[in-house]
Design a protein. Structure first.
Length: 302
């Protein structure tokens, strides 16, 4: 894979710029707060710049790539055709244990192992497409240096060098845990924040995450194999005071992931809170969440 600038680097610059501006305006303390996917991104920014005096993660994403690795539909076998379906890997096929809502689906443990491996295989296939796209542009740019300016070959190479292809990533809401609560147990209800109680329509419809991406954007942000913002790894590099607030009924971020992130932290000052019964968007629990944050800032950084 070519080592080119990735969009997460722009996130780091954005955070650095915002923090510097707050200090220019006279802020004595700067706290980086990341919600959901913003948690893994701001943690990476903090690890690389150290601009925050403290870091807060609420409903903290383990990383966009990590998340995509657990929700991407491995039954898609051709990225140009979402209906190129391998039925043996379709979590929405009754033959594999799916049952219409409200009954929980029943997936065989051995099938789940094969399913998770196939999810990573699909990510690797998309990575290869994205890498090839970036490499083609790079090679066209190199060729420009040897071609006669304004010639047909030069003009074609120039077009190819600056072209940005958008990848359409179909079917990105297919986590068997959505439909079976014994997989990654927590307080959550069946379904996803994108569609409840059965996200089948959202998987095949226009919802989901990372659906239209540049090649660099996919590799940087949503690839479980290539994306750098992985909170469980990054949080060990944060030495500032840390606060994690996890909603226990989150359908997307699992309790085991929150615990793994908490346990990976090495900061001498770490506070971890669970909001019992709170969903990913904290409906009905937003004020208590903000009270936790405000009290922590007052006690830790004031």
């Amino acid at each position: 894979m070519l080592e080119l600038a990735r969009p997460y680097e722009h996130c780091v610059i954005d955070v650095e710029t915002a923090a510097a501006e707050m200090r220019r305006r006279g802020a004595r303390v700067v706290v980086l707060l990341g919600y959901s996917g913003g948690a893994s991104l701001t943690a990476l920014a903090q690890a690389e710049t150290g601009y925050g005096d403290g870091w807060v993660g609420i409903a903290a994403h383990p990383g966009e790539g990590v998340f995509m690795g657990q929700v991407i539909d491995p039954s898609v076998v051709d990225e140009r055709d979402p209906f190129s379906n391998d039925q043996s890997l379709d979590m929405y096929d009754p033959a594999n244990g799916w049952q219409p809502s409200p009954a929980p689906s029943q997936y065989d443990p051995d099938w789940l192992i094969r399913y998770r491996a196939a999810q990573q295989a699909r990510v690797a296939r998309i990575d290869a497409i994205a890498d090839a796209e970036i490499e083609a542009g790079h090679q066209a740019g190199v060729a420009l240096e040897t071609l006669t300016p304004a010639s047909e070959a030069w003009r074609q190479a120039r077009r190819r060098a600056v072209h940005i292809r958008y990848l359409t990533i179909y079917c990105t809401l297919a986590d068997p845990a959505y439909l079976n609560l014994s997989i990654d147990p927590s307080d959550r209800a069946l379904g996803s924040v994108f569609a409840s109680p059965d996200p089948m329509d959202a998987n095949w419809g226009g919802f989901g995450l990372g659906r239209v991406m540049t090649a660099g954007g996919w590799l940087s942000t949503w690839s479980s194999l290539s994306s750098r913002p992985k909170l469980e790894e990054t949080i060990s590099r944060l030495s500032c005071p840390l606060l994690l607030v996890h909603p226990t009924a989150d359908t997307e971020i699992r309790l085991r992931q929150a615990h793994a992130i908490r346990d990976a932290a090495t900061s001498a000052s770490l506070s971890y809170h669970e909001l019992k019964g709170a969903s990913h968007y904290l409906e009905g629990h937003r004020q208590p969440a903000m009270e936790i944050v405000a009290e922590w800032i007052q006690e830790t950084l004031a």
